[in-house]
Ligand binder design. Sequence first.
Ligand code: F6P
Length: 537
Amino acid sequence: MSALTDSPEWQALIQHQAALSERPLNTLFRDNPDRFAQFSLNTDGLLLDFSKNHIDAQAIDLFANLAQKTGLGEAIETMFSGDVINNTEQRPALHVALRSPEDQSEYGQVVHQTLNRMAVFVDAVTRWQWQGFKGDPVTDVVNIGIGGSDLGPAMVYSALSDFQLDGIRCHFVSNVDPVHLEETLESLDPATTLFVIASKTFTTMETMLNAHSAKRWLLEASDDSAALAKHFVAVSTNVEKAGEFGIPAENIFPMWDWVGGRYSLWSAIGLPVALGIGMDNFRALLAGAHSMDNHFQSAPATQNIPVMMALLDCWYQNFFDTESRVVLPYSQQLHLFPAYLQQLDMESLGKSVMKDGKPVNVNTGGIIWGSAGTNGQHSFHQLLHQGTHLIPADFIAVAETSSRNKEQHQQLLANCFAQSQALMDGKSLEAATAELLGQGLSEAKVAKLAPHKVIPGNRPSTTLVLDKLTPQSMGSLIACYEHKVFARSVILGINAFDQWGVELGKVLSTGIYDELVHDGETLKFDSSTNALINRCK
Ligand code: F6P
């Protein structure tokens, strides 16, 4: 047993979990009319309602003790101060510096120089002064990247569709499946298309293959390598490799080792977003994130939104043994948010050893999944309501829509709030029986049918409400989840900023590729891998 699970703080939570398990959520509401006021937090147009969770005032005190025991407050300061907290790669994790107005520090200077360069470039493109090889303005931006060089920008561009500029459309190509790029380019004109090759390393196989295909597509149309300078820009730490690809130095926007891929949206990796919604809106996104940074850095644990979300995750995964969390944005514009969170959360917390290399003896990151409401209600919500797994839910709602159809938006909100209510209240056997008898069914039929209609309830959820979907509120929302992930990693004692687990598959794919492109039967791997390769040959 590690010191943490042996500690009085951890043991007290085990005992309190047993006591609270006896008290259904809806009785906690009945017994305490102030429950919402007591268990909700607000900052900058964002409300966190965590009252429909298995907690009480004592649980929150015990959470605060755990946060203190694990040194969370000090760890937050250490991250903001730029210490080397990514110990396996010997790097700081300074994504917060990317959205800080501070422009005089070592990091602040390079960040703001880059933002200013982006501003000049975005201005030239969006004002149609940047000319392609035929002298035409850019109408389409194609971002080629994967993981953190794709998911964040694609999600934010879609979330902020209300702010998209006329005259420029952004597209995101990530998959090495050639169909992804081909389908994207099908309707585009090489003379008016700008490619952003987004890769921190500029070695990622998927991105490099797609970038080379895009280059061929352009050169087939222009037949002049000088066209590359007008149609390709790169965002990378690897200026040398981007140069070898053919992108001139003045078209390369820098990135830095101290920004992890999944935390890089705020750097020049956000360039397609800035091109799509304008630089002022991109800066508002950064300002929203910075305001959440201030909240995270200054609010005490029990008043701190990301910290409270992290402690709730810990509560369920480590004390209720849950395995997943479902994320349900009730907003079509946020439909990519669960996929974005999967990388942020699962690549950060999917670890089996602590920072010192010793095995963990607690559950680390859980499975993050979900999709936009109300669609899920007509598919997987059945399992949330009546399945055998306990799955805490994050509902995300937007109070004010930009749509003119306000009435339909109220239906969306009603469904969101009804789902969290249904998860909590469920339906008892008595209620199901009375309902069926009321419909005139015989007692024998009711006895058979009623058990199928029982919904156990007592299932926890948290609801985040954004006043409006704006660049500012999106910045806050994303930063909130980033900090939640970091806070959880501190409580668990793991490194949230490396991702060694993704390397092995990349290495093995090289050997398999060599076999796939060579004639003859493959016999060198296990029988399954051999057979799969041979079938495709
Ligand atoms: O393979 C995982 C990963 O390294 C992610 O962490 C990263 O966001 C993604 O690949 C893309 O990496 P790059 O930006 O270097 O192409």
